[in-house]
Design a protein around this ligand. Sequence first.
Ligand code: UDP
Length: 236
Amino acid sequence: MNILGTRIDNISLRDCLIRISEALAKGGEMRIVTANPELIYRAQNNRELLKILESADMVLPDGIGVVWAAKQLGQSLKERVTGIDLTIKILEEGDRREWRIFMLGAKPGIAEKAVIKQSEEYPGIIFGAHHGYFTKDEEPSVVDKIKCFKPDILLVGLGAPKQEIWNYRNEGIAKVRIGVGGTIDILAGQVQRASKFFQEHHLEWLYRLLKEPSRISRQRILPLYVMKVLQTKYFN
Ligand code: UDP
């Protein structure tokens, strides 16, 4: 499936987890992108980013904006697969299978807090963590720390597209690498996930905007994305 030049994989959350489990069982490697409208819009004029998305093993439809665009363009996506939903499924499965999961991202102290909280919930998992505000000079020691930990799953929450670029450049560091945005903040209990009402009415973007009005500058891209999708639908 193609939205404004970005390939999106039409895969359900359940199937996505099956593919991750299979990759781990076979000893394969995998890089996963959760693509939201902002990332898709940016990739249109950014060859490097487009290459990173094109070469990913899975590009998941992160949010209702992607499902909507697919529908406008005459395609139908099974469901949206967000970073947080996928992470929760991974934690549930990882607890049963004793996976090693490393969280890289968020402000200092937050990933460690997420580890403490999630270890209580999922005692079968072996966790590792590092914050996402390391300098260029500190980066090699962060990479070493992750390599020594030998993660089955590396959850990278550095914000898009930084996390996608990071995962692209760090092949071999973990069996499965996933860009998860603000998921680590939610796992730490630092940020509340939108309530069921907002989730069920596909209004999580509005919830985040109400909680953090400063996001408006980023969300300005959304009307441009909508226009571009409609232009493609009616004039291409
Ligand atoms: N972040 C980080 N390092 C950076 C920039 C951002 O670790 O250099 C973290 C930030 O603290 C937050 C996450 O990346 O935890 C991005 O969250 P956001 O909600 O903006 O993600 P998105 O909207 O891309 O899912």
